[in-house]
Each structure stands twice: as C-alpha cells, then as structure tokens.
Design a protein around this ligand. Structure first.
Ligand SMILES: Cc1ncc(COP(=O)(O)O)c(C=O)c1O
Length: 436
C-alpha cells in the first residue's frame, strides 16, 4: 500500500486532499484548495501559476504585504540568537521592548502586557482576568456574568464562543457554553435601545465585564456601529463598576485609521485584546493589555491569587521580534499616508455606489469597505450568494471572502491605487451586470 506523504511527484493539492482537514470548511463539498507557493506584496502566487490579489490580508493579519524583507531580516536575526524560551520565571528583550512600545501607543492608562499566542487566547485571558478580578476581591462575589453583543465574535475557543452571538459556528456546543447576557449593538438609530438593554442587565449587579469589538462587528457581518452609542455603554459600565474589554484583534494596528479604535473613544476600556496584525502577518501572537487597577487585583502575597494561565509559545521571541519590526513600518509616515489614501478611496467608492438598488448597505470605516447585497433569502453565513461572489472574484484573481451576502475589502496597506481600483471595478461589475 502506498504510504501517506510519499507522493513527492504529485501536486500539493492532491497531497493536501489525502492528509489535511481545513478550518471553516465542509471537506465533502469544498473545491480544491489553492496551493500557494509564494507571497510578495499584495500578491499570492499559486502552484498552477495564478497571481492573486489578497483583498482580505489573509484573514486580516497582513499589514505591509507578504514576505516583507524588513520583517524577514529581523526575524532571521532573532532566530540566530534565541528562538523560544518559556515565559514563567524567564524573560527576554523582544518581549520587554514590545511591551514598552505597545504601552506607549495604547491609551495612557494601560500599564501591563500579558502575552498569549492568538486572538482567541488573548480573549480567554481577558475573560479570566475579569472573572478572577472579582473573585480575588471576594470569593463569594455575585459578579460572575459577562455581557456581550448579539452579533459579536471573539474566536473559537469555549470562552470566546460563549461570549459570541449564537449562530451556526457555535450551535453544536450551545449546551457547553457559559451563560451570558446579550445586548444589541448600538447600530445607528438603535443607540437608545442598546443602552436600555444594558441598564436593565446592570441593575442586577451580577455582571463582571462587558466584552465588545469596538465600532465594527467584524465576523458578525462587518456591521459598523455608533461611536457615541459605544461611549454611552462604556460610561454605564464604569458607573456600575463593571470591567470593559475591547477586543481589538481586528481593529488594532490602523485598520480603522488611528492605531487603535480605543483612541477614538472618550471612555477607555480596562482591557484591550490584540492579535492578527500585531506581527504584520508573519507569526502568531496575542496580547492582553490591562490597566494598573486590573493588575493590582492579582498582585498579592497569596500565590493562589495569581493569574494561573499561560501557553507554551507565550511571548515567543520570534513573534515579538516580528511585531517590533511591523511597528517600525507602521509608525512610518509612509504607512500613515497609505492608510489615509486607502480610506479616501474606499469612501469615494461609497459615495458613488451607496444608493445602488442591488445593495442594502455600502459603507466604509478607515481602510475597510463593506458592501452588503440585497437578497430575497436573508443574510445567513451559508447564503448561496457567498460562494458565487467568492468564485467570481477568484476567477478575476482577487481574493475576497464574503460573510454570507456581505462583501468586505480589507487589504494590506501597501496596496496601490491601481490595485484597489481593480477590486472596485470587479465589485461594480457585480452590480452592473446580471451576474446573480
Ligand atoms: C474580533 C476578533 N477577536 C478574536 C478573534 C480570534 O482570533 P484568532 O483567530 O487568532 O483566534 C477574531 C478572529 O477573527 C476576531 O475577529
């Protein structure tokens, strides 16, 4: 019998089919995956010779383009010195410098950085911090519940699923998720309703924290909501002594314009979660940044009051080095200008097409463009339009991954005007031609 993995002459796709189980994929129905052999700038190059424009930054992680030579050089330099070391009882320079630099960039009240290794674990750590914060103060605390948005998403681990909107992603696990209170996001026109829902919940005095994606519910359909509405919710939480967690895994590192969405808010959260773009898209890393008041609840002569949480690759030196290199690039005027340029182009698209009869919604926030198509069947994740759109763009060598009937463009910042125009032209094509 032929041994698995011995097919050196067969294509990557054939070999993949034999041994790989892909994420978010119904393996029986899925088309063959595209085997990528090289990335450069905004492009992915496939085994069969396609050159694909990465219009979603490979799941929102890539900031400066694929295989950026500066980040490669820094990781290579670090790999020769120290590739990995455990992070309890030990420390290293890249982790310390990265914490110093992040704290200087985050809102002023942030004092400590806790490292993990992806977005979901950054969120798990944040949730555990808020629950243990009240437990450390009083083991009999009534504050054991979390408030979250109905359409929120924070990752695929159990804690993260518990605090997400209830949908097809977490349906099989519903009975195992911890109980939470849910409110509607303050979408424009719904601010008052959202605040009223929160007030009714907070009156019960059993809430430890409120977790939210600031200003955009990303995986929940790129729903953009009101800044003033969010400020009102945060202010209400503060009044009731409820901790607030801003999950900036998607919004962090300039996606909305400013480096962090929390800079836009009058009311600052107590905890900020970061991941995705943090390493410029090179390596996994998660950060849970906290205010001094949160840290102090764990700082004790009692060892059991410590946060007993960690991961093998916590603060991996190569990941921290990649993050430092990405920050160098992000802080350049050139990158700020690129984000402004992209934002302007997205806005111009919105101004031209927002009233198109085929669209429910066409809006932008910072560098992100969102286009929601009108459909008869509603907006489920499995909406058939999703596949038709996905393949339409791929046939034109553009990678966009619609969420149901919602298409979004979220590119690396090195994209040129012409390349962005190419994406816009294909969206216009879907509006103008009888494609669907
Ligand atoms: C807002 C937000 N938080 C957390 C996560 C989870 O991140 P990861 O996939 O790295 O676990 C995601 C992923 O899409 C996200 O959008």
């Amino acid at each position: 019998m032929e041994k698995k993995g011995s097919m050196e002459t067969s294509s990557l796709v054939e070999r993949d089919r034999r041994v790989i189980w892909h994420p978010f994929t119904q393996m029986k129905l899925a088309c063959d995956p595209l085997a990528v052999v090289k990335g450069e700038g905004v492009y992915l190059f496939t085994e069969c010779g396609k050159k694909i424009l990465d219009g979603i930054s490979s799941w929102w992680v890539n900031l400066h383009g694929h295989a950026h030579p500066y980040i490669i050089e820094k990781i290579w330099g670090q790999a020769k010195i120290l590739e990995q070391v455990l992070f309890a009882g030990f420390t290293h320079e890249p982790a310390i410098t990265l914490a110093e630099r992040l704290l200087a960039l985050l809102p002023a009240s942030f004092e400590k950085i806790f490292y993990t290794d992806n977005g979901s674990t950054a969120v798990e750590a944040a949730l555990k911090m808020t629950l243990q914060y009240f437990f450390n103060k009083n083991e009999q605390t009534k504050r054991i519940k979390v408030v979250c948005f109905k359409d929120g998403y924070h990752g695929d681990t159990f804690g993260a699923m518990s605090v997400a909107g209830k949908n097809d992603f977490n349906k099989p696990f519903r009975k195992h998720l911890f109980a939470v209170e849910m409110i509607d996001a303050p979408l424009r026109g719904n601010e008052e309703n959202s605040l009223k829902q929160l007030q009714a919940i907070l009156a019960k005095e059993d809430i430890a924290c409120f977790i939210f994606e600031p200003l955009v519910l990303a995986s929940g359909g790129m729903k953009i909501y009101s800044k003033e509405g969010l400020d009102a919710l945060l202010s209400e939480c503060k009044t009731h002594g409820v901790l607030t967690i801003a999950d900036e895994c998607m919004t962090g590192f300039g996606r909305l314009g400013p480096l962090f969405a929390s800079h836009e808010m009058k009311e600052k959260p107590d905890i900020i979660c970061l991941s995705k773009g943090i390493t410029g898209g090179f390596l996994p890393l998660g950060v849970t940044a906290v205010k001094e008041s949160v840290f102090q609840a764990f700082y004790s002569d009692d060892r059991s009051q410590a946060l007993l949480h960690g991961h093998s690759y916590t603060a991996n030196p190569l990941s921290c080095t990649a993050a430092l290199a990405s920050l160098d690039l992000l802080e350049k005027e050139e990158c700020t200008n690129a984000r402004i340029r992209i934002a302007k182009k997205q806005k111009a698209f919105v101004m031209k097409w927002k009233d198109h009869p085929k669209l429910n919604r066409c809006e932008s926030i910072g560098t992100i463009l969102v286009v929601e198509y009108k459909t008869a069947e509603g907006t489920s994740y499995f909406h058939p339009l999703r596949d038709r759109l996905y393949h339409h763009f791929l046939n034109h060598n553009i990678l966009l991954r619609p969420i149901g009937n919602t298409l979004y463009v979220l590119t690396p910042y090195c994209i040129t005007d012409n390349e962005l125009e190419q994406i816009h032209q294909q969206i216009i094509f879907t509006l103008e031609k009888e494609l669907f």
